[in-house]
Design a binder for this molecule. Structure first.
Ligand code: COA
Ligand code: AMP
Length: 644
């Protein structure tokens, strides 16, 4: 038996020893049309399903339930948009339920029903939340695509998800520029084999969209004419959404989250992990295109009856590094969740936190950071300037909620800088070696979760059960591979150190270096290439490309670099933040021909880079070091990205 000394330890012990009892109890806190036959269906391992046999509606739990329970007049959603000149709009639970019901009616009138997919490609406007909840209302499966992705990425998602319909907006707004979505969406229609039958467009005044007859519908027109649609009961195990995330190849993985388990876990996490109660005001400064946006802009806060903030702005430059404090003060925010990169950006502009003093942060209780490791410097700085607890927590698109956290709603543990604290209740986390043997405390290994995972975690990949098993469940039998390496110390604190695959984390955005390499390799003059993630003072990491040109190529290498930078922007999107590439004579390889990306990354970051004994020619490393030094890395620079 675990020695359970506080509410956190008790919850963790109970969730490990009696998962079904634990999660059945958590499930009492949500609305079901029909209760489950089995809390955990483990009849088909390694596929596990929570709340099998139950019927539920996610949108009902986010909205209608609160209206019926007397919260109809409470603000559910605050839209705050410095990028449109300071627009603020508030929607009560009753108003949001009405808007969502009407848009659900629009979708239904277009023939979208239970199980049909809808792509949502939208900026940070209330209609993105309305579209997601409207899908949930009628049992359709949404797949939100981040606005910083280009046509090709959108097309890949069309082909995989086969949506009946796409909901979009005429433009996104980034500081200093308006992003015209029409060429991006038209481009995806041109590239994709599967074309959605309809495109519903929210017209924004900054850049209207000329409707394509027979394909496009104006959001306002169709919403005005729509009949509100009731919530449709779906199976707890039915998919709620697909969110594509970088895999180890250029083809993104469609991570699936279901209705019942997701609802129970997210609702539980709002209290246990974040300490939120109904009526509290919660702000996740992320984007609806990422899992943080799904879980903690849209679903978690609304399930819990909290007010959620949708912020169309940046941590700096909209208009200054006091933007976050302004939003907290204006809306009485109790908890903020963002990526450490945002705090590094604020720190660079306002190193002493002078701007904090201009705002009333008395209602603010806790800062939560995730998306990448919170470096101890950023942690200490945030604690100092805010004088509030700063909580690092670790999770993934696949898990939908925290694997490890300091669960302030249960019992706050002492913070150890560099650690997201301990595994959250329900996560049976281990560190193992290549033979799946548990390593000793403090020793680095693969971070893995013993199956079954708790509710909320992905049950599979969209239309790709085999890829799901192969990607996550095969290397360490009986466990889910997080693809993060790290260790657990003597006190049970988790340390997440690095990805074990080709994923890099750029400004809190997850990118595959393999996907960027595919773009570089497609250039006519490139013989072979490697992309590595090098340390960056603000973004955490940025991608750097190394290319070997084909024999006989006489073009100026600078022009080829310009080409590939443009190609990555066009094919993946500006979010890849790919600006730096260099041409080298050769790439370092093992004798079996494997490119030593990890060794090059260590050289770039001026870390100790002992190459493997199987290296073909160690002299190549010297050439690489010189080349990287020449562009400001390998000990030459400050860790800031060199200018493009
Ligand atoms: N639509 C279109 N383009 C977008 C976009 C969107 N939704 N989001 C970002 N981009 C563009 C940016 O404009 C930028 O373009 P540029 O190359 O022309 O300058 C590019 O993508 C890279 O963006 P980003 O990496 O975000 O860098 P930045 O310099 O604009 O901002 C930060 C840096 C740190 C302020 C910003 O990255 C940030 O706030 N990050 C937080 C990330 C986050 O919330 N992650 C979710 C996990 S919690
Ligand atoms: P995403 O799926 O985009 O949320 O990215 C998940 C990945 O981000 C994880 O697998 C980690 O590599 C990294 N990550 C997220 N949060 C943390 C954290 N708190 N500490 C360390 N790494 C993190």
């Amino acid at each position: 038996m675990t020695n359970a000394t506080n509410a956190y330890e008790q919850a963790r012990a109970r969730a490990l020893n009696d998962p079904e009892g634990f999660w059945a109890e958590a499930a009492e806190d949500v609305h079901w049309y029909k209760r489950w036959d089995k809390v955990l269906d483990d009849s088909n391992p390694p596929f596990y399903r929570w709340f099998a046999g139950a019927e539920v509606n996610t949108c009902f739990n986010a909205l209608d339930r609160h209206v019926e329970g007397g919260r109809g007049d409470q603000v559910a959603l605050v839209y705050d948009s410095p990028l449109t000149g300071g627009r603020v709009e508030r929607f009560t639970f009753a108003e949001l339920a009405d808007r969502v019901a009407r848009f659900a009616g629009v979708l239904a009138a277009e023939g979208v029903g239970k199980g049909d997919r809808v792509i949502v490609y939208m900026p940070m406007v209330p209609e993105s939340v309305i579209a997601m909840l409207a899908c949930a209302r009628i049992g359709a499966v949404h797949s939100v695509v981040f606005g910083g992705f280009a046509s090709n990425e959108l097309a890949v998602r069309f082909d995989d998800a086969k949506p009946k319909l796409i909901v979009t907006a005429s433009c996104g707004i980034e500081p200093g520029r308006v992003i015209d979505y029409k060429p991006l969406v038209d481009g995806a229609f041109a590239l994709a084999r599967h074309k959605p039958a309809r495109c519903i467009v929210l017209q924004r005044p900054e850049k209207p969209w000329a409707l394509v007859s027979g394909r496009d519908l104006d959001w306002e027109d169709v919403a005005a004419a729509a009949e509100p649609h009731a919530c449709v009961p779906v199976a707890a195990t039915d998919p709620l959404y697909i969110l594509y995330t970088s895999g180890t190849t250029g083809t993104p993985k469609g991570v699936v989250h279901d209705n019942g388990g997701h609802l129970v876990a997210l609702n539980y996490s709002m209290k246990a992990v974040y300490g939120m109660d109904p009526g509290d005001i919660y702000w996740a400064a992320s984007d609806v295109g990422w899992v943080v946006g799904h879980s903690y802009i849209v679903y978690g806060p609304l399930f819990r009856g909290c007010t959620t903030i949708l912020y169309e702005g940046k941590p700096v430059g909209t208009p200054d590094a006091g933007a976050f404090w302004r939003v907290i003060a204006d809306h009485g925010v109790n908890a903020l969740f963002c990526a450490p990169t945002a705090f590094r950006a604020i720190k660079r502009e306002d190193p002493n936190g002078a701007l904090v003093k201009g705002y009333d942060l008395t209602r603010f209780r806790t800062l939560f950071l995730a998306g990448e490791r919170t470096d101890p410097d950023t942690l200490g700085w945030a604690e100092r300037i805010l004088a509030k607890p700063v909580i690092d927590h670790w999770w993934q698109t696949e898990t939908a909620w925290a694997i490890a956290a300091n669960c302030v709603g249960l019992h706050t543990l002492p913070v150890k800088p560099g650690s997201p604290t301990k595994s959250a209740p329900g996560w049976d986390l281990h560190v193992v070696d290549a033979e799946t043997k548990e390593v000793r405390a403090g020793e680095i290994g693969a971070l893995v979760v013993k199956l079954p995972m708790p509710p909320g975690a992905l049950p599979t990949l969209w239309n790709a059960d085999e890829r799901f098993v192969e990607t996550y469940l095969t290397e360490f039998p009986g466990y889910y591979k997080t693809a993060d390496a790290g260790y657990i110390d003597e006190d049970g604190y988790v340390y997440v150190m690095a990805r074990t695959d080709d994923i890099i984390n750029v400004a809190g955005h997850r990118l595959s270096t393999g996907a960027i390499e595919e773009v570089l390799a497609a250039h006519a003059d490139v013989a072979e290439c490697a992309v590595i993630g090098v340390a960056d003072a603000i973004k955490g990491q940025i991608p750097v490309g190394l290319m070997v040109l084909k024999a006989g190529v006489e073009r100026d290498p600078g022009a080829i670099i310009e080409d590939v930078v443009r190609m990555v922007r066009e094919r993946i999107g500006p979010v890849a933040a790919f600006r730096t590439a260099l041409v080298v004579e050769r790439l370092p390889k093992t004798r079996s021909g494997k490119i030593l990306r990890g060794t090059m990354q260590k050289i770039a970051d001026a870390e100790d880079a002992t190459p493997p004994p199987t290296i073909e020619d160690p002299a190549v490393l010297v050439e690489i070091e010189t080349a990287l030094h020449g562009i400001g890395y390998a000990g030459a620079g400050t860790g800031e990205s060199p200018s493009p």
